[in-house]
Design a protein around this ligand. Sequence first.
Ligand code: B16
Ligand code: MG
Length: 216
Amino acid sequence: MPGKAIIFDLDGVLTDTARYHYLAWKSIADELNIPFDKELNEQLKGVSRQKSLDIILQNAGLHLSNEQKTKLLEQKNRLYLQFIAKLGPNDLLPGIEQLLTTLKKQNIPMAVGSASKNARRVLDSLQITLFFDAIVDGHAVSRPKPHPEVFLMAARMLNIPPGHCIVVEDARAGILAAKRAGMKAIAVGPPEHFPEADATVPGTRWLTYDFLKTFL
Ligand code: B16
Ligand code: MG
């Protein structure tokens, strides 16, 4: 794959902390006495923390001041950090360790493009930080997915043209961001969720080097 690069989304692709995001938001919603369920949680995947809170409040028709929202965002993150405190290499999704090892051996540049402000902490806990030549997280970007900023920044840091980058994502907003960046987009999940993807795999164990090679 000469001159090509792979950009990975973090949550839902390298590991899955969606259930911890869910539990933290559920606790906030219960405290506010507003509805929150797994279906609404699906809409939060790949979405920034702030936007996630807006979606939950909007769904309940609840208006809060910016000060109240800031407190809730801090509280949600404290809970989330408690949940992920025990995260380790065993929490990598199936096939990911082998894929990263193979790509590294083949000298393929790799980046992470995540909406999460906790991305570095999660990568450190998973013990995979050193695989990546660039990490773009929720601190680095101002415009969340589906805006292409996160992936364009990753391509710039890797010094690889966007047209030579392949993005792996589990959220539709992320697939849209990749396509808007002019990149190939591979989705993890049910094909009907990702009409814009160049290809879809049912789970991360299908993300093999041989499979990715066919997109170059
Ligand atoms: P934080 P990704 C995203 O990560 C999650 O999918 C999304 O559910 C979460 O709200 C977002 O990160 C922000 O996370 O609260 O840690 O900043 O999929 O883009 O890697
Ligand atoms: Mg994701």
